[in-house]
Write a protein that binds this ligand. Sequence first.
Ligand SMILES: [Fe+2]
Ligand SMILES: [Fe+2]
Length: 284
Amino acid sequence: MDQRPQFLMNEELWEEDLLARYPKSGKKSKEEYRNYQDPQRDTVREFYRLNHLNQTYDFVLERERVFKKFNKKQMTFWEAVEFLNTLVDDSDPDIDLNQTQHLLQTAEAIKADGHPDWFILTGFIHDLGKVLCLFGEPQWAVVGDTFPVGCKFSDKIVYGEFFQDNPDSTDPRYNSEYGVYTPNSGLDNVHMSWGHDEYLYQVFKDYLPEPSLYMIRYHSFYAQHRENAYDHLMSKQDHKMFKWVQMFNPYDLYSKSPIPPDVKALRPYYEDLASKYLPDVIDF
Ligand SMILES: [Fe+2]
Ligand SMILES: [Fe+2]
């Protein structure tokens, strides 16, 4: 089965769902969000049902082993950007922005606010990990909110009810507050559900400043950066660095505009920026 159309449907719905959950005005209450009924909501529910069912501690460790070999594909920075764009079905180009346009809008909004160049670059690359989809990963293992595995799933995670079917929920090794971890041992010791965030962090971990790596690694960890559900696992350094994750989030969620940025005109600037921090050829 071709995964692309389905991926796109869910990927966009996931982002719409995030906006419904965390509207810019901050006005919509969680209860309103929960009660919001429409057919698209069922697609999002089904997506999270699969995600919460399948993201087990063993699954995550196995995916980490597979992808930390970095033997899937070698690409230059811009090849990776273009490769990601092959995900896009442009059947409705008036409404849908492709991946490059989302990345550019995020980065340009960061640039407009005068942030350092590595922050701008972070905006431009933060979703490159979605190439996982092109390596055959199911969408529930690429996008969606992320959360720790190996310990009790927080009820602050969206659609938390679906964790009851995750085998880890009834496994005494994994279903206590700390599970396999120790108090405040730091997120670097915690395995996160598998997806584009953790994967891209692994790809770039030797090249970017620490705040940038935190933004990449935890940008979908809404249960923490919006809900503070995992303070008990966080170190002091994590708390310090999460200020950056929180600073990044509005650029990711609210920088979308229907006017597509001029990719051709902006490309040299971003290629320059990438060459300052990243290797010429990146091992994915
Ligand atoms: Fe993302
Ligand atoms: Fe994004």
